[in-house]
Design a protein around this ligand. Sequence first.
Ligand code: FAD
Length: 502
Amino acid sequence: MIVSRTVEHVDVIIVGAGLSGIGGACHLKMQCPNKTFVILEGREAMGGTWDLFRYPGVRSDSDMYTLGYRFRPWRDAKAIADGHAILTYIRETADEFGVDKTIRYSHRVRRASWSSDHARWTVDVETGPGQSLVQLSCNFLYLCTGYYDYASGYTPDWPGVARFRGTLVHPQKWPEDLDYTGKRVVVIGSGATAITLVPAMAERAARVTMLQRSPSYVVSRPAEDKIANWLRRYLPDRAAYVLARWKNVLTGTFFYSLARKRPELFKWMVAKGVRKGLGQKYDSKHFTPPYNPWDQRLCFAPDADLFNAIRRGSVSVVTDHIDTFTEDGLLLKSGEHLNADIIVTATGLVLKLFSGMQLVVDSVPVDLPNTFVYKGMMFSDISNFAFAIGYTNASWTLKCDLTAEYVCRLLNHMDHHGYDICTPRVNDPDIGEEPVIDFNSGYVLRALHTLPRQGSKTPWRLHQNYMKDLRMMRYGRVDDGTMEFQTAPAARAAGAGVPSSG
Ligand SMILES: Cc1cc2nc3c(=O)[nH]c(=O)nc-3n(C[C@H](O)[C@H](O)[C@H](O)COP(=O)(O)OP(=O)(O)OC[C@H]3O[C@@H](n4cnc5c(N)ncnc54)[C@H](O)[C@@H]3O)c2cc1C
């Protein structure tokens, strides 16, 4: 491996050119036009999730009025959008704001180390497998790396897998040439991916069986938002978008709080919808989860596509456990055998914050479980650093837009006052500790021990609520008594103000 010793310096490094990295770069262009920045992207394409996932029917399950950027209207008629339409939206946004030119592809950041003396991050970047390692430095590091491992998805260790003579596929690595026309398909899983894949594959497969260990809450919602489309007909794009976005923020917040405060009522409402969708085919066993709504993410079926496929008879649902894989399919604990030509393991992602990148502060490796999350975007005692992680109960971009705005506010505040360093410090002795996510989904539980913690009070508490975050992040004080601002020791020693950004 060749290590380049030339260190290029910019004001801000964004890691990741997915939905949030591109959004973050656009915010920098708009709010901090004088800052220099680059986006380092490990893959050869932008779009992140929306470029990686290629399985049949891949789509959002949030509406695009809230999953889209606040600053760029979503103009398609479909609110629950296809993966390709989302990818196009990201690419067009990058092009429109000129941030596509700032992306360095095949630049995978392996390590980032902070020096308090120099008020700088230095990042080690691999420019291809076994290729040269380059270093860049920046004043502020903004990680938009998503939340899961790009290398592979999660596959449980089932007995007998090697015996299966058919095709075994994980949705994260969908083979481009997989022909499932007329084939018997079993999809293992009951999360958003399974709920998406099953009706999509049923259009061409001979038969699709959704095999789930336990059911999910499935809610049908229209793929097109009639009110949003009506608004677009009569109002300028931007005004229609703002109204549709707020309508969906408010309805989403209302239904989430109803689910948490009145779970029995919410369960009844969901069950009523499923019964209506399935008619004679309704069997409560397959649609009554053993947990409360929003203990795990709800699944959405656009225009009741899953229910319609079950009604037509092209899809069946089986709730059971796998005993073993066989040559021809799966033997279940109940003794039933499911014959399959193709088995799709829609068993989830491997949650991996910052894709396993190593963070080092003043030569000491950061131990994330020992840190607290500040405003859902920074960590205690880690300077000039932010990350974009969206909501678990609403669209990702709602939070990431606020985070990017806040990063710009911080940068502008530091410039205005001549500071080089900003560090959130836990200076309230009464802060209690809580797990950072209150979901009990398998992928969260598997990774909980690797995650940071949240505190019992603002600004260390994750609100998971757009309105509260909006108040705190757009209108709240940047100098809030928790964020510590300093001038770099090296700059102080030299009697200079802010060091040159190179
Ligand atoms: C199939 C699927 C459907 C989803 N649907 C929804 C939905 O409907 N609504 C919703 O709110 N959320 C949804 N999500 C969550 C989704 O991931 C987010 O909405 C959003 O796309 C995440 O964007 P991101 O840019 O933060 O992360 P990502 O899309 O994961 O992009 C991260 C980027 O960072 C790059 N990267 C990572 N590590 C490094 C590194 N060390 N060096 C360089 N580059 C790096 C990656 O290559 C990638 O391009 C879905 C997720 C999946 C998997």
